[in-house]
Design a protein around this ligand. Sequence first.
Ligand code: AMP
Length: 396
Amino acid sequence: MRTIDDLILSGKKVLIRVDFNVPLNDKFEIADDTRIRAALPTIQKVISSGGSPILMSHLGRPKDAYELKFSLKHIVPHLAELVGKEVQFAEDCIGEKTQEKAKALKPGDVLLLENLRFHKEEKKGDEEFSGELAKLADVYINDAFGTAHRAHASTTIVAKFFPHEKAFGYLIEKELTNMDKVLNNPAKPFTAIMGGAKVSDKILLIENLLERVNNLIIGGGMTYTFIKALGGKTGNSIVEEDKLYLATELIKKAKEKNVNLIIPTDNVIADKFDNEANTQTTATDDIPEGWMGLDIGPETITKLKEVIHTSKTILWNGPMGVFEMSSFQTGTKSIAEAIAEATSKGAFSLIGGGDSVAAINKYKLKDSVSYVSTGGGAMLEYMEGKVLPGIAAIKE
Ligand code: AMP
């Protein structure tokens, strides 16, 4: 893996694709700076090596033109505070003025470019636009894992202009190392826990994992597609009717591969999708009409804890129930806690996918698991076994 440590940075202008797509409130203040902090080791490395970081990112979803609310200038003061030095700002990510600013940078000076997505060419992966970005620097570093699955100008195409002077930053390096550990070299027993709303989003991931895991736990809304495929009564729970055959195939494949497939046996059901709904605990295959399963039940939680506690590698993607509502969070919270306990006893745990990351944060267990991935879609695609264009562009 070619990382920033393999490049000479001294005296170089270093174009770094970072992910500064942070949430801003209506006063343009940063609501959560996790992504900025995640890029700091790479930025600091360039500064301490005597290079000049030129930072580029997207922010939000502008409609191919300037929009004040998506301007990266809002993050300049906080970025400067985190980096511990002045941050210059270029009002456009390309063009003569920006080139002049880049040229004038002295070793250790930091320049942030305006939102890449103010140009429609960014998402199109336009070659000419990529060339304009490339003019700004001697070296290209990609450290934006969250967009590595997109073949955009700044994440992929621009790499062509730096055939040798290109590398991953520390964040991408960390993401790849942790995912590869789970995919290619897991200590056994290896348990994957799949949850979330729908099985359709996770089919490729489940298929890839069936080749590798000892235990595959199914939870969340996708449970009911499996239960129905097995002939159970699912009431009003979410079922993907067009995926029943697929669920049957996955069950069959798990048997063939000798994977212990664990489908919840009991659950908390509700008479409406509401925190204040009436609830009761039933078997997952015996849900009355008018009721829906919104969390795993106590018997299932006990069983899952046993499996998690004896695992040496754990991958968790997707909540066990509607954890956003306090009445249906017990399953997700218990599983998060069990993963933290297993980690403290030496297991390696990787958490990924937007909602399981949200759950880990909600229960303040971020520092009690081995690694929390920063890239939702990118992580999912990598774990499915796909080649991500942003990763391939550096490796080529
Ligand atoms: P995903 O983005 O596919 O990982 O799905 C996450 C969402 O699935 C969360 O917002 C949960 O509230 C939701 N979810 C989890 N379990 C259930 C369930 N049993 N029924 C409906 N939605 C669920």
